[in-house]
Design a binder for this molecule. Structure first.
Ligand code: UD1
Ligand code: UDP
Length: 372
């Protein structure tokens, strides 16, 4: 039997890579661990994948080339390919993160091979079962053995679903580690100069299927942004799903004259833009939190959020796809007074040491499994 602890880390998308990076770097430095790092390839464009491996200084994962497809095809292919890797490596524990189809496939493949599963970012709920992410979260939480939970609300959600205390570890949120560690580097980014912009701009990201696969919803949000662009710049690093739909709906040209569509950015440039913008419009989970951490007001084009602390504190507001509300909230939140309010907010998501707490617990779990 190998003396080292064997840990498989399974990711597949941009946010998975970003969030897992502080943990992966720590594991790499730990000589008692043999790590298998698997990337399903759910995201495969350079701007959604490799750029983060380079910037975040993490080892190149085994790339499974799963690619895009329907929910079933993508999850199924990832399941088959992950299973093969796990059978070869025989880890003592698998680690999955977040709520993507790759997270679900990784957890399912592992548990069926009787490999204990650790789920990072467990317990979040939007209570909207139309979202594929909500289904993924519920299933992964219920088949995992150790749940690393980011917030007290998430602890409550798990307890309400009957999950035992012994599985729940309240460690705060690992994305704070990633954000704080990288913002120091991001501050030096030249992106503002390169784009020739000052701070008077709104930063936008949109990719949720309920917003961007539906022409009416997408146009409502973009019409609001067009209106906003009369007074300030609108910078929109555009997710490939959204770009594809803008073209398919035949509306790319209508908006591209006044909204500044650019390719998705690397993490450093993107964090610099979050920290410099006057307001953010997004439907991203991660961006809502990063906005709060970097004290930038946020307007969220959704009707629910898993990150309810951001809205409870009024650092963030849910506006759905309501054009007038988007315009009104962006205007209100871009004001000097609102920025002064944001300066006084405190980040409720942790101290940036979540990855240390997670690693300690994963090692204990792996040792238990190994010498059981
Ligand atoms: C996925 C996650 C979502 C997460 C998001 C992060 C699920 C169900 N969804 O959504 O939770 O917030 O990633 O960005 O797991 N595409 C490309 N190049 C790529 C990747 C995708 O062109 O590298 C295009 C394809 O047309 C694809 C579409 O984007 O069909 C959607 O990609 P997919 O991974 O299925 O979902 P996301 O919207 O990225
Ligand atoms: N992000 C980035 N470049 C971009 C847009 C987003 O680096 O052009 C980062 C962002 O800072 C956050 C993560 O990607 O850490 C969020 O990913 P996404 O919005 O795709 O997924 P979600 O968080 O909604 O699951």
């Amino acid at each position: 039997m190998s003396e080292k602890i064997k840990i498989s880390i399974i990711v597949g998308t941009r946010p998975n890579l970003i969030k897992v990076s502080p943990l992966v770097r720590k594991i790499k430095e730990d000589e008692s661990i043999d790590m298998q790092f698997i990337n399903t390839g759910q995201h495969y464009d350079y701007e959604l994948d490799e750029i983060f491996i380079k910037e975040l200084n993490i080892p190149k994962p085994v790339f499974l080339n799963v690619g895009s497809g329907t929910q079933g095809k993508q999850t199924g292919e990832a399941l088959i390919k992950i299973e093969k890797e796990l059978i070869e490596f025989k880890p003592d524990v698998s680690v999955v993160i977040g709520d993507t189809n790759s997270t679900l496939a990784g957890a399912l493949a592992s548990t069926k091979l009787h490999i204990p599963v650790a789920h990072i970012e467990a317990g979040l709920r939007s209570f909207d079962r139309k979202m594929p992410e909500e289904i993924n979260r519920i299933v992964v939480d219920h088949i995992s053995d150790i749940l690393f939970v980011p917030t007290e609300n998430a602890v409550k959600n798990l307890k309400n679903e009957g999950i035992g205390d012994e599985k729940i570890f309240f460690v705060h949120d690992i994305s704070v580690d990633a954000c704080l560690q990288n913002y120091e580097i991001a501050k030096k980014s030249e992106i503002l100069k390169k784009m020739n912009i000052n701070n008077n701009f709104v930063l936008v990201t949109l990719h949720r299927q309920e917003n961007v696969d539906n022409k009416e919803n997408l146009c409502n949000i973009l019409d609001a942004l067009l209106e906003i662009s009369k007074g300030k710049g609108v910078v929109f690093p555009i997710h490939p799903r959204t770009l594809k739909n803008l073209k398919a709906f035949g509306i790319f040209e209508k908006y591209s004259e006044n909204l500044r569509f650019i390719k998705p950015l690397g993490y450093f440039d993107f964090l610099k833009l979050i920290g410099s913008s006057s307001c953010i419009v997004t439907d991203s989970g991660g961006v809502q939190k990063e906005a709060l951490i970097l004290k930038t007001p946020c307007v969220t084009a959704r009707t629910t959020t898993e990150w309810t602390e951001t809205t409870d504190m009024n650092a963030n507001v849910l506006v759905g796809t309501d054009k007038e509300k988007i315009i009104e909230e962006v205007s209100r939140r871009s004001s000097k007074e609102f920025h002064e309010f944001m300066e006084k907010t405190e980040n409720p998501y942790g101290d940036g040491k979540t990855s240390e707490r997670i690693l300690r617990n994963i090692k204990n779990m792996a040792l238990l499994k190994k010498y059981r």
